[in-house]
Design a protein around this ligand. Structure first.
Ligand SMILES: C[S@@+](CC[C@H](N)C(=O)[O-])C[C@H]1O[C@@H](n2cnc3c(N)ncnc32)[C@H](O)[C@@H]1O
Length: 197
C-alpha cells in the first residue's frame, strides 16, 4: 500500500532532478519512521521522502550531491511549510557531516545501475558506478559510522547490479541484513534492504 498521498503534498520536480518513481515509493512503503527519529536521507532528489519524514519527526538532515536536487527539496519543503524541520546540504554521500553526528535512521534510494556507455542527463541519479554497486557500498561504509546503537539503514538495490556484494558489505560493516520489500517491474526486480547495527 502506498503511504504517499501525492494529492496532499504540493510537489514540483525541477529539470534534471529524479522524479519520484517506483523505487521511491517502494522505499517509502518499507520505512518505519518513528516519532523523534534522528533521520538522514542521502540523495534526497525532489525531496518526497524527506517531506514524508518531516511529517513524522522534526530532526532531519537531507543530502544530495546535486545542487539542483538540494534546491528542489528546499522548494518542496517550503511549498508544504515543512522547511523549519530540515537541514538540506549539498554533499557527496555523508562527506559534509562531522563524524560526531549520529542518526537512528538513514535511508538512500541510490543510483544503482551499471554504467553502460550511454549518457543521459539523469545519469547522476541512475548510475551507481562501473558495476552499479560501488556508490551503494561506499554509502554503507559511511552510514555505519553515523548510526546510533540499534540504528537502521534502508537502501534500494536492483538485480541489474550484484545485490549479494552489497549484502556482503553490509554484513562486513556489522549490520544484520533483511530484505523488507521487493517489487518486480517489467525490466528489473528491485528490493529494499534493511540493515540494523
Ligand atoms: C534515484 S535518485 C533518488 C531521489 C529521491 N530520493 C527519490 O527516491 O525519488 C538518487 C539521488 O541520489 C543523488 N546522488 C547521486 N550520487 C550521490 C552522491 N555521491 N552523494 C549524494 N547524493 C547522490 C542523485 O543526485 C539523486 O538525487
Amino acid at each position: 500500500m502506498r503511504i504517499v498521498d501525492n494529492d496532499r503534498l504540493n510537489i514540483t520536480v525541477f529539470p534534471g532532478v529524479y522524479p519520484p518513481s517506483e523505487d521511491t515509493y517502494l522505499l517509502l512503503d518499507a520505512l518505519d519512521i518513528r516519532q523523534d527519529e534522528a533521520f538522514l536521507e542521502v540523495g534526497c532528489g525532489a525531496g518526497i521522502i524527506t517531506l514524508i519524514a518531516a511529517k513524522k519527526t522534526r530532526n532531519i538532515v537531507s543530502l544530495d550531491s546535486s545542487f539542483e536536487a538540494v534546491r528542489n527539496t528546499l522548494e518542496n519543503l517550503k511549498r508544504n511549510n515543512l522547511q523549519n524541520y530540515c537541514h538540506i546540504i549539498e554533499s557527496d554521500l555523508l562527506g559534509a557531516l562531522s563524524s560526531s553526528i549520529k542518526f537512528s535512521l538513514i535511508v538512500f534510494n541510490p543510483p544503482y545501475l551499471p554504467k553502460n556507455g550511454e549518457y543521459t542527463d539523469l545519469d547522476h541519479a541512475l548510475v551507481g558506478g562501473q558495476t552499479g554497486v560501488e556508490l551503494t557500498q561506499r554509502f554503507v561504509r559511511q552510514a555505519a559510522d553515523h548510526l546510533l546503537k540499534g540504528g537502521r539503514i534502508f537502501v534500494v538495490v536492483s538485480n541489474h547490479a550484484n545485490v549479494e556484494s552489497i549484502r556482503k558489505t553490509m554484513i562486513e560493516c556489522g549490520f544484520v541484513v533483511d530484505t523488507v520489500s521487493e517489487e518486480s517491474l517489467f525490466f528489473e526486480k528491485i528490493q529494499v534492504l534493511r540493515g540494523i547495527i
